[in-house]
Design a protein around this ligand. Sequence first.
Ligand SMILES: *Cc1c(COP(=O)(O)O)cnc(C)c1O
Length: 371
Amino acid sequence: MTNVIAPQPGIMEIALYEGGAAKIAGRTDAIKLSSNENPFGPSDKAREAVIRAAHSLHRYPNTDHAGLRQAIGEVHGLDPDRIICGVGSDEIIHFLCQAYAGPGTEVLFTEHGFLMYRISAHAAGATPVEVRERDRVTDIDALIAGATKRTRLIFVANPNNPTGTMVGLADLERLARAVPQAILVVDAAYAEYVDDYDGGAELATRLPNVVMTRTFSKIYGLGGLRVGWGYGPREIIDVLNRIRGPFNLSVAALDGAEAAMRDREHINRCRTENARMRAWLAEALAEKGVPSDTSCANFILARFANPETADACDEALKSEGVLVRRVPGYGLPNCLRITVGDEASCRRVAHVIGKFMADRANAGQGAGQTA
Ligand SMILES: *Cc1c(COP(=O)(O)O)cnc(C)c1O
């Protein structure tokens, strides 16, 4: 055997991230509700900008992302100098861990928090620390109690994926103030789905240790383009820019995202339609004996009596051509995360789950959730 050169500490602790299933063998008509994608896709203006970008593929993109940051700044009322753009918000999360965490430090996140926090903490050689939630909701007191002098970063997805629940801005401010030794990262990937919520932007404007991350992958319908952004104190953004690759975003990504940001009509339409179908789907499932917490995002977390039932329901959906997400990796083995699709998809999901629950009840297996 040849000499095996060991990677840096932490790297081999990383469990590979598994994306939502995209295909069912032997089917071409699968409905994909496994990755929280926008069923309506991106703005036509974003599509046109990406096609136009094909004419300048021989040119390097600009390195300062000035046009995109300007558009974000105008739409959100933020200083473009305090914005950094990345290859998805995943890259911003990665920059934060690379720049602020390392061996001997701790990175906090919640029990059912997004898996990228753990991965990026390990990649930086830091110690990931998971803090319990209370009935699938972020527990601010538990996070404060879980912080130590070694804590450098605290990630709170708000709304959280895969629970769909969120906490208030006053709670986030209380957390940030209680842990001045750490940066509170408010991951606001689903902020656009919430009425009257700035994703933590105002907190990140005012407090020295709050950073907000956002994405074009969800309501903007551009998951395939890979664009996200972060906003926070000038000093922190300056630090992150030092480790950002100068050409991290392609011409197509920059132009497509800028056009998408400026098309507010599309975003408003998608928000309205999501809220309508989300309420419909949650109620339809509840009527069939499948409860879920009130979701603030573009998915609902359907709860079953036990992991076996969740598994069987997932199989039933798959056999009817519907792909949803099992979430045992998030500590939720008795749940299925179902993206809110268009009306036809939602009706299909409700129909298949309704039939599944009725069949179970008839077979006397007591599929319903009890607790
Ligand atoms: C989908 C999602 C993101 C976005 O990731 P991108 O890299 O921007 O595609 C970030 N955080 C959470 C919690 C998410 O669910």
